[in-house]
Design a protein around this ligand. Structure first.
Ligand code: SF4
Ligand code: SF4
Length: 331
């Protein structure tokens, strides 16, 4: 594979991935997030495996005149990232002060219920409803709808006890895998993590051109507070210590504090989700419905003023960590 900016970023420990949300389908926001983060120098943008989302993401990237890789996320089983909240608002007591609306990071909840495309399944609304009204449903996609779309990379969410399901999915995906530049495997911690990741390595034959392990520390929590990053860093360190072939990238609880805590951790990069989106959400909310952010240069400039230093903080991290870590170079 020729060296491109994303490949170089992986090899130098400066890979920045924006996560738009595996279940997030609000098309104008996805499109404008892609524009902003592509413009600011992101190496990869990860979106829901929904053809409409992929199309607007690609449009945003191309409008920005940049070339980060476009990734889609799928799952081989039940997963927090692949769900939507729902409730029947007609049964809500009129006296309820709607704490669900206050905790929702994407303003997905109104007095009429959940705006489905804005919900990314974070689950924060579930415990705050005094009447236990809110439930979740699975949100799954069919990767076969995506094979003709301009997608560079695929992420498979799994958990350590789903090796057989992973093997079956890998076999089904085989006609598509040859078209992709990179495959990421995303997983939370598990007592038998190393044994199971090695089993996945055995399954991924032939290996993808580039393999990335996404260590999902504390899922969908980076906007809650700086401390959420510790779990992501601990899991990243644990996986680095396994010396698996492939790149290691942090996710789950990552935010502006992450780079500070990375120190010499020889990870290949960091994926940012809820924090990265929250960084500009108030600006995107100021746009008229369906507007393209580049048509509002003052708002765009404000967005880039926030996002560019955030992206650059990873891009400028010391490369000392990479000296002597030539094993972390993928296949
Ligand atoms: S709080 Fe999270 S799960 Fe609940 S509606 Fe909002 S985005 Fe969806
Ligand atoms: S907190 Fe529960 S009862 Fe109150 S508005 Fe939200 S869903 Fe309805």
């Amino acid at each position: 594979m020729p060296e491109t900016a994303p490949v170089n970023a992986l090899r130098s420990g400066q890979w920045f991935k924006l996560i738009c949300g595996a279940s997030y389908q609000h098309l104008p926001t996805v499109r404008n997030l892609c524009f902003i983060y592509a413009k600011a120098g992101a190496d990869c943008i990860d979106v829901a495996a929904d053809p409409s989302v992929v199309r607007v993401a690609r449009e945003g990237i191309e409008a920005a005149g940049a070339s980060p890789w476009l990734m889609v996320s799928i799952s081989n089983g039940e997963d927090l990232h692949f769900r939507k909240a729902e409730f029947d608002a007609q049964w809500c007591p009129p006296s309820c002060s709607a704490p669900c609306q206050r905790v929702c990071p994407t303003e997905a909840i109104t007095w009429e219920g959940v705006i489905t495309d804005r919900c990314y399944g974070c689950g924060r609304c579930l415990p705050v409803c005094p009447w236990g009204m809110i439930r979740t449903r699975e949100q799954r996609y069919d990767w076969r709808d995506l094979v003709d779309l301009p997608i560079d990379a695929l992420e498979i969410h799994t958990s350590s006890d789903r090796v057989a399901e992973f093997a079956q999915l890998w076999q089904e995906l085989s006609p598509w895998l040859g078209q992709l530049k990179l495959v990421a495997v995303s997983f939370p911690d598990h007592p038998h993590l190393e044994r199971n990741l090695r089993a996945l390595l055995g399954v991924m034959q032939p290996p993808p051109p580039l393999l990335l392990w996404q260590t999902d520390g504390r899922p969908m929590s980076g906007d809650i507070g700086a401390g959420t990053t510790h779990q992501a860093i601990r899991l990243g360190q644990k996986v680095l210590d396994m010396h698996l072939p492939g790149f290691v990238q942090l996710a789950g609880g990552t935010n502006a504090a992450t780079v500070t805590y990375l120190q010499d951790l020889p990870i290949s990069g960091v994926a940012y989700g809820s924090y990265a989106r929250a960084l500009v959400s108030d600006l995107l909310d100021r746009l008229p419905p369906g507007a393209k952010i580049e048509d509002f240069p003052v708002i765009l400039e404000q967005a880039l003023t926030r996002v560019a230093p955030f992206v650059n903080s990873l891009k400028q991290r010391s490369l000392q960590a990479y000296v002597g870590h030539s094993t972390q170079t993928g296949h």
